[in-house]
Design a protein around this ligand. Sequence first.
Ligand code: ADP
Length: 671
Amino acid sequence: MEKTKKEFTYDELLQKVEAQELLIKKLNDEKFAITNFEYFVKESPDLVCIADTNAYYKIVNDEFPKILGYSKEELLSRPFLEFIHPDDLDKTLEEVQNLTQNNPTVDFENRYIKKNGESICLQWRANLHTANNLIYAIARDVTEIRKTQEKLLSSEKSLNEAQKIAKIESWDFNLVTQELNWSNELYEIFEIENFPGDPQLYAKYLSCFVSEDAEDLNKNVYNTISNKVPYEMEHRIILKDQKTKWVFCTGVPIMDKNNNVVALKGVVQDITQKKQIDDTIKAKEKAEAANKAKSDFLANMSHEIRTPLNGIVGFTDLLLKTKFDNDQLEYLKTVNESANTLMEIINNILDFSKIESGKLELSTEEIDIIQLSNQIVNLFKYEANFKKIDLLLDIDPNVPKCIKGDSFRLKQILVNLLSNSMKFTFSGHIKLKVAQVEEDKTTSKIKFSVIDTGIGIKDYNQKKIFQSFVQADNTTTRKYGGTGLGLAISSQLLALKNSELELISAYGAGSEFFFTVAFEKIFCEKNDLSVKENLGSNMTSHLSNSLTNFKVLIAEDNKINMLLAKTLVRKIIKNCDLIEAANGYDAVVLAEENLPDLILMDIQMPIQNGYDATLEIRKSESTKHIPIIALTAGVLNGEKEKCMEHGMSDYITKPIIQNQLEKVLLKWLKN
Ligand code: ADP
């Protein structure tokens, strides 16, 4: 049967064409939309995907493999939960659950594990399309942002902690809203309860101030607002239980864009501890200054006392060498001994105060140990003879002949130990024993022991006696005299050499005091002089007889000392021409006029002291070569060095002892 063609009217045809055109347009539009969408998905810098509710990706854009490192096939073939950080799995499942119940995901974050093992933080937005039950999701890599945020948080935390440690707290005050904000710890400093937006806060804060400080604060705040300058103040605060704290506070103005002050910001620091430390330091400085004043006073006093004592010791020494009847001789000896004892006590007290104030420094010079030990033992020979006690010196042959050390202080310790032994021994013997206990190439450790068969020391007193001003028992001073300083000074002197004084004693049987010191070994440089010294006093006086016809200038302001010096010089030099100067200035003039062979120069003199006078004498061509011997008090630190620095040739300490003076005069006049 032939199919009959349907005939269309023109209008019908037109309608059809229009309908077809519409369809084509719709198709084109859809195609355009799909192309756009594909383009958008492809080019998106974010991760775009479609997934089903069984947790499988259906489509992922190119960013997925790029960011996660897996291929598209890998991503599509495994449930997406496998790519999620195990710690974030639970919350992700919960979120997917929500999503399937048609709650869109907004800014949900979880971590994915990349193929290389690194984790990355993704922020998701997703929707469930109910028509096809598919999830349309887009994610952004926020790893860097989160890392930066974490860093910021941690540095903020550190800053807070640092502020807490430094006890620095912050505040701000808005001038427009009159709102005052404090950091939490500021409440702790002021011990005020923390109510948010407390209208009484400023009043409570001010109530901790003493009134003058409150006035200062008001002035400061006013000044900061009107003149736009910061302020700083340090003040006390008094808290509830009258507890006092110290705070340091600052305030700075905050300006708007029209340069009007709209707020104040500042910090408060609790400086109570610092203040306490400052106060302690100040108190310590004050105590040190007082101690220094005490030492200076003692040094001055001892100088004042020593000057007349020098006269007594010196002249009684001289008198003892002249003729007296027995009674007179005994009285004179008593005067001489008393003066010597007094001098010893003064020296001890001075030493003690010097050590106490850390002023005592040890010097180092060449020491001939054998000679020094002999000299010390010789000092006690007379008394030992008198008391019928054997005085022994035992020197180990291994002891090096010469060492470097402070001979004055070494002598002082040994003399102190020997004089104690002498004081407390009535029969038997006293021995000074010197032995080397260790040595290497450069150093020698030498043990010095003073052993006696005296009264001994009870066990319970053996520690006590090393303390200053302490004696074994109360009757000691009355019976034997002394100040109880000798052992304390010796111990402290030894401490300066990292050594200590030790004791072995049995009550009634005797005592042994000993110490070990490491000395630097040296070759003996001393030559003729030490030989002469070893020759003893006979030889010395024989040599001194050969000093004749010299001109000596003595500069000394104290009349007694001048007389003593003159007497001694006349005894040593035959036909001596003596010139006297009562001060440094006269000494310079008289030296220029008389050109003496030698000058004896006191240090402490009016008008011009011995140091300055020496400098003047050394400046002049005609006098610069003259030997100048300083007469020092011998008590101040660095006195010897100071003499040498000022151009003096040698020095002797007061009281002037004839033998010493002889030696020095010989040395400088014979050359
Ligand atoms: P001082 O002898 O000036 O009183 P020291 O500090 O030298 O001061 O001695 C303190 C005390 O130690 C003496 O008073 C004495 O009691 C005791 N002492 C020291 N050496 C001996 C010794 N060799 N034998 C017995 N007692 C001693």
